[in-house]
Design a protein around this ligand. Structure first.
Ligand code: NAD
Ligand code: SER
Length: 317
């Protein structure tokens, strides 16, 4: 049986991607992998195959691939930007050694691979408005260094070994099912959780901080669409720029206030401000649009309404 392996399955993206893939391909066809079992007692373990494992251990990952007859890997396991500045050595090992393990196993077992990159590949010398697909890359975080190096590694394995590895540079992702895990764009999600709880929010970036963002349903759709695209149409094998919209922290607070007039946001920037200041404010994703038809569904207010509906609903349960 050809199974799909999702590493980082407990994370903000992995927890949702596993569900979507299981609905599409069948419960038993999708194997989740993470460092620890899912936290919910009724979580993915009961809903389908799940293994604990560390992507730094190539032999252990190879055993999973063999035992579960895996043919496609969505390799999401990673440390994110803010955590990465606290643990740069571990970030290199997990993000880059882990990726090389998966790519080497892709050679050995003829796997197809999806691996996400990030707007963190760009840096202070990159044009910050409508950042082009190909431009200056000078990441200022260890996370960004691993993401740009990983992009080049993917491109190299594709050119040299003909590995079908595909990648997206996700912007900041906003979702309500699983909280984010140590990124710079987490403030956008945290703001929604505070608002839904009826609490004020202290934002860790300045009100004028503007970054490219996307709602999770669009990110999942983009991931599936890229993996289903005709290989002959793909002109990018390092990683595709994609975006949905850009907003400042102040504009996000205003969008929430539109729905919840009592919500209030104050600002107390911390060390994550420096990271946000080095990232693009908006991204040009025209190559993804023309190569494989990328087009997001949600704008800022549509996302705000959907986020608040779901978060308030979960509080009522
Ligand atoms: P997350 O932090 O929520 O989840 C990452 C998961 O990886 C965690 O469950 C963690 O336990 C697991 N993990 C960490 N080290 C591991 C190891 N050694 N072995 C196995 N598992 C390990 O992250 P996410 O937001 O779901 O991100 C998934 C991917 O998408 C990452 O590659 C990230 O860089 C990328 N990405 C995310 C965003 C975003 O806004 N969420 C934006 C751009 C790119
Ligand atoms: N959302 C991620 C982060 O903030 C970007 O890759 O780290």
């Amino acid at each position: 049986m050809n199974r799909i392996l999702v590493t980082g399955a407990n994370g903000q993206i992995g927890s949702e991607l596993v569900d979507v893939l299981r609905r599409r391909h069948g419960r038993d066809r999708v194997v989740g992998l993470d460092l620890a079992p899912p936290s919910s007692p009724n979580g993915q373990r009961e809903e389908g195959p799940y293994v604990t494992g560390d992507v730094r251990n190539r032999d252990a990952i190879e055993a999973v691939i063999r035992n579960h007859e895996v043919s496609v890997v969505y390799h999401l396991a990673s440390l994110l930007s803010a955590s990465g500045e606290k643990k740069p050595d571990q970030t290199w090992e997990v993000n880059l050694d882990g990726l090389k393990n998966v790519l080497d196993l892709a050679r050995r077992h003829s796997l197809r691979v999806f691996w996400p990159s990030s707007i963190a590949v760009f840096g202070p010398s990159t044009p910050r408005e409508q950042t082009p697909q190909r431009t200056v890359f000078d990441p200022s975080t260890m996370y960004g260094v691993t993401k740009r190096s990983g992009e080049l590694l993917c491109q190299y394995y594709h050119r040299r070994y003909d590995i079908d590895v595909r990648s997206l540079r996700y912007p900041g992702l906003i979702s309500y099912k699983t909280p984010p895990g140590g990124g710079t764009t987490d403030y956008a999600v945290d703001m929604f959780y505070a608002a839904a709880d009826g609490d004020p929010y202290t934002c860790f970036v300045r009100p004028d901080t503007r970054l490219p963002m996307m709602y999770m349903p669009d990110a999942l759709q983009a991931t599936l669409d890229l993996m289903e695209a005709d290989a002959g149409n793909l002109t990018v094998r390092d990683s595709y720029n994609i975006t949905a919209f850009s907003f400042s922290a102040r504009e996000l607070a205003a969008s929430i206030e539109r729905r919840m007039p009592t919500f209030s946001c104050s600002y107390d920037p911390d060390e994550r401000q420096r990271i946000a200041d080095d990232w693009p404010q908006s991204v040009d994703d025209s190559v993804a649009r023309s190569d494989w038809g990328w087009s997001p569904q949600y704008d800022l207010d549509a996302m705000t309404d959907d986020m608040l509906d779901h978060l308030q609903e979960s509080l009522e349960v």
